[in-house]
Design a protein around this ligand. Structure first.
Ligand SMILES: *[C@@H]1O[C@H](CO)[C@@H](O)[C@H](O)[C@H]1NC(C)=O
Ligand SMILES: *[C@@H]1O[C@H](CO)[C@@H](O)[C@H](O)[C@H]1NC(C)=O
Length: 459
């Protein structure tokens, strides 16, 4: 499981930053709430912006718009009324709207919450609502806060807290009126919507589950737990990070783990098919609105598509490797998948001077590998004199006979063997890769024959 270690390293860095760059005016105010830092509504109650809400990654905190301006609406779908156009608008302020609807308080209830510059009537919400109903017999409620999600980002970010209060108000009404069990509630939020679910769930004891689809990064990464979605906001919080680059390189999501389980498909960023070159072609086939969204937030939106896809029985399995943190994963220590999957457990770093069999895994579909490029860098570490290697005493090259490619998309791993391919140099002998250089190996049948004969054994 992705642990808090990642977070603590990050928090440490931020603390250091805060010491050198904090605004004295903000620090000297103490914990008191200024008049202009409180927002109140007759029905929903009050929200405060204490100084704890300010940090280097969230320098601006504005008050939310009014409840009327944000105009949050809840659209209900059930199996009786699964399609858009016949959904029911339900409200905690008007109990007849619930009574006249097919809402069934005994059924699990799924909330879908959109993010920035989006609204509850966008196609993805209605599609996911329909597909949830194919998946199970639920009450599905699309939350529409489109009047509050418009630019500027800092305003929309502030407005999510009011939408959180609306969720609280709505679910508490269900609890009080119908004896609804909050453990049956599941809020699925995309981007800013993930944190919105968090602001709602944290106020309802026993709130069942929150699924964060690429939780928004800007204004949330590196903030205290109560500012962003976290594992105290529901009984179970699962997040899918698909656009975890820093906002400086145009990532809308966050790499910070914020749940009980955080999943990083394709390492959490730059999803396959999101290269601008690929998207330009897609533009021609998709309608313009979707095409535009796909260009500017392709990886960010991919989390929705993965979630949607997971609602269907699919022959393709979703394989993920449990890992302590991303660094450990990148170091190759987390590819082990368990007992009888010997190929997978064989994956190790290559130590210079030892002959080893290694398994290289590319997280992108590797069904049809034509060529494998290996880059070798000799690593001498100052603290380990034995690793120094200069002149005639030793050489810094790596000698590779063959490269076995095993597709990660075939699971269980025992089934991978029939999809494996071997890449090697044309004559099947050892190829020298000098320090800092890259060598290509071609996949060929001749090569496979050679490598089965002289299988390199471990050590
Ligand atoms: C959801 O999945 C279905 C079936 O694969 C597909 O037709 C639909 O376009 C998907 N919708 C979204 C929003 O990804
Ligand atoms: C490195 O060692 C190998 C094996 O002994 C040898 O064939 C090769 O020529 C050496 N390379 C260099 C650059 O010294």
């Amino acid at each position: 499981m992705f642990s808090n270690n990642f977070f603590s390293i990050f928090a440490g860095t931020l603390l250091a930053l805060q010491l050198v760059s904090s605004n004295p005016a903000v620090l000297s105010k103490g914990k008191e709430v200024q008049d202009d830092k409180e927002w109140c509504d007759d029905v929903l109650g009050c929200l405060e912006i204490t100084d704890d809400w300010y940090c280097p990654t969230r320098p601006i905190n504005v008050l939310p718009d009014t409840r009327a301006d944000i105009n949050t609406r809840f659209y209900l779908h059930t199996r009786e009324a699964p399609n858009i156009g016949i959904e029911y608008t339900v409200s905690a302020d008007d109990l007849t709207s619930l009574e006249n609807s097919p809402f069934d308080p005994t059924k699990p209830t799924k909330f879908i919450c959109h993010g920035f510059i989006d609204k509850g009537t966008t196609r993805w919400l209605t599609e996911v609502a329909e597909n949830l109903l194919k998946h199970g017999d639920y009450n599905v409620i699309r939350i529409d806060w489109g009047d509050g999600s418009k630019p500027m980002y800092d305003q929309a970010t502030a407005n999510t807290r009011v939408v959180g209060l609306e969720i609280k108000h709505f679910v508490n009404t269900l609890i009080d009126t119908y004896g609804f069990d909050p453990a049956n509630a599941h809020c699925i939020g995309h981007s800013l919507g993930s944190h919105t679910c968090g602001y709602g769930g944290e106020q309802i004891p026993g709130f069942g589950r929150i699924t964060g689809l690429d939780p928004a990064g800007p204004y949330f990464t590196g903030t205290p737990y109560f500012v962003h979605l976290d594992d105290t906001d529901a009984v179970f919080v699962d997040n899918y990070h698909t656009d975890a680059d820093s906002i400086l390189v145009l990532g809308y999501g966050t790499g910070e783990p914020m749940g009980n389980v955080d999943i990083y498909p394709n390492s959490g960023h730059d999803q396959p098919g999101c290269d601008p070159v690929d998207i330009a072609v897609e533009l021609i086939t998709e309608d313009m609105i979707n095409g535009g969204r796909d260009i500017f937030a392709c990886s960010h939106i991919r989390s929705i598509k993965y979630f949607n896809e997971s609602l269907f029985d699919n022959t393709c399995k979703w394989v993920a490797h449990l890992c302590y943190d991303y660094e450990t994963f990148e170091a190759g220590n987390c590819y082990s998948c368990g007992d009888d999957n010997s190929l997978c457990t064989d994956h190790e770093r290559i130590d210079h001077g030892l002959i080893k069999r290694s398994l290289f895994i590319d997280l992108i579909d590797v069904d049809h590998i034509l060529r494998v490029e290996l880059l070798w860098k000799y690593n001498d570490e100052v603290l380990h004199p034995g690793t120094h290697c200069n002149g005639l005493l030793c050489n810094r090259s790596l000698y590779v006979q063959s490269v076995l490619v095993s597709p990660i998309s075939h699971y269980p791993e025992s089934e991978r063997q029939s999809f494996e391919s071997t890449a090697c140099s044309t004559d099947g002998s050892y190829t020298e890769i000098e320090d800092g250089s890259t060598v290509s190996f071609l996949v060929s049948t001749a090569c496979t024959a050679v490598s089965t004969e002289n299988t390199v054994t471990k050590k």
